[in-house]
Write a protein that binds this ligand. Structure first.
Ligand SMILES: *Cc1c(COP(=O)(O)O)cnc(C)c1O
Length: 362
């Protein structure tokens, strides 16, 4: 079965000596290996204002903490995402306010977001779902017009582009995940990138109990309690090795995604997803809409290809009961969308076979 997601781990000959060296180095906690990976990741995304963390969830939490989000505040978000996007908002005590998605793409609809803005809105959480990129031209306008910061949850979209650049310096906060099944994994991990250098120092303290690593323990004064959200040298070493291959790995996702865009155009029973102006997806999961979805899934399975929706809409969880509202765009998208594999493991023969299977019908 061709899977929908699969961890990429760099070649054993490169990875194992690096892990062995750091494991027995006597320094496995946060140290030089972390700062080296941080610098390399910043170079990759084109933004030096970046901190690597223990998870993508930690990145989202730090963004919300820096905005002092808490009880009484509202964060506009999407239900078309993985759970951590919204559970992280919930743990701050703020209310998740669902905006609707564009039924064509499953990504937040700027007009719906506009309608949900109130004086309590502290931030807009955008998710570049499945590697597609939100309508940033419009969201940038909204953010400016209302002076509301944007948090980009880029967990699905490492390497996706807006305005010709890898996503990572457009909004005040961009949050990445290096969890097992994302485009680049460090086994577990994450990162947060800041548009403004001024946010880095406070975030660095929140990453480590509220302490300043540059000052001795004795001279430190915790003014705001922080978390233990840092990365360790072992994970960061894995990250440095992984990152060497990341551009090529993402290029393979993109090549497969573009192949499907081209070869599935006009296929009977299939509606392709349009991409917004100035955006380039990195195709973590190839997303499209199909008629008779259950039959489609069965047909694909019979040919050894996993097709799945993978994510469950978040607004059905009891913890978000007070946020309940009508989301007709999401209802529509949710009833028709499907993901098919487009990752690095999908070979030229695989993708031809996938297109043939779909073109033969179901
Ligand atoms: C994976 C994921 C996260 C959380 O990342 P972790 O590294 O697992 O904490 C957040 N948002 C989305 C959309 C994700 O898919």
């Amino acid at each position: 079965m061709i899977p929908l997601v699969k961890p990429y781990i760099a070649d054993r000959c490169k990875m194992m000596p690096a892990i062995e060296q750091i494991l027995y180095s006597g320094y496995i906690a946060e140290g030089e290996a972390v700062y080296k990976f941080e610098k390399e990741f910043g170079d990759y995304i084109g933004n030096p204002n970046v901190l690597v963390l223990s998870s993508g969830t930690a990145a989202l939490h730090i963004a919300l903490l820096l905005l002092d989000v808490g009880k009484g505040d509202e964060i506009i978000s999407t239900a078309m995402t993985a759970e951590p996007t919204n559970t992280t908002i919930a743990i701050t005590g703020a209310k998740v306010v669902w905006a609707d998605v564009d039924e064509k793409t499953g990504l937040l609809d700027p007009e719906s977001v506009r309608r949900k803005i109130t004086p309590r809105t502290k931030a807009i959480m955008l998710v570049h779902y499945a590697g597609m990129v939100c309508d940033m031209d419009e969201f940038n306008k909204i953010s400016k017009e209302y002076n509301i910061p944007i948090i980009e949850d880029t967990a699905h979209a490492l390497g996706s582009k807006y305005d010709g650049k890898i996503i990572g310096s457009n909004s005040r906060f961009t949050c990445y995940s290096f969890q097992a099944i994302k485009q680049m994994t460090t086994v577990d991990g994450g990162a947060i990138a800041f548009r403004d250098e001024a946010d880095v120092a406070a975030a660095r303290k929140l990453r480590w109990f509220g302490l300043d690593k540059k000052v001795s323990r004795l001279e430190n004064d915790i003014t705001r309690a922080g978390y233990k959200y840092g990365m360790n040298n072992v994970t960061a070493t894995i990250g440095s090795v992984q990152l060497q291959d990341t551009p090529d790995i993402i290029a393979r996702y993109v090549s497969n995604g573009k192949y499907f865009d081209e070869k599935l155009a006009g296929a009977s029973g299939v509606t392709l997803v349009p991409y917004y102006n100035n955006t380039e997806p990195s195709y973590w999961l190839y997303t499209m809409k199909v008629e008779k979805r259950d039959d489609f899934i069965k047909m694909m399975e019979s040919k050894g290809i996993l097709a799945s929706t993978l994510h469950h809409r978040s607004d059905t969880h009891s913890v978000f009961n007070e946020s309940k509202c009508e989301l007709p765009g999401l209802d529509k998208f949710y009833s028709e969308f499907i993901h098919i594999p487009s990752g690095w493991w999908v070979t030229d023969e695989d993708r031809e076979m996938i297109v043939d299977a779909i073109r033969q019908g179901w």
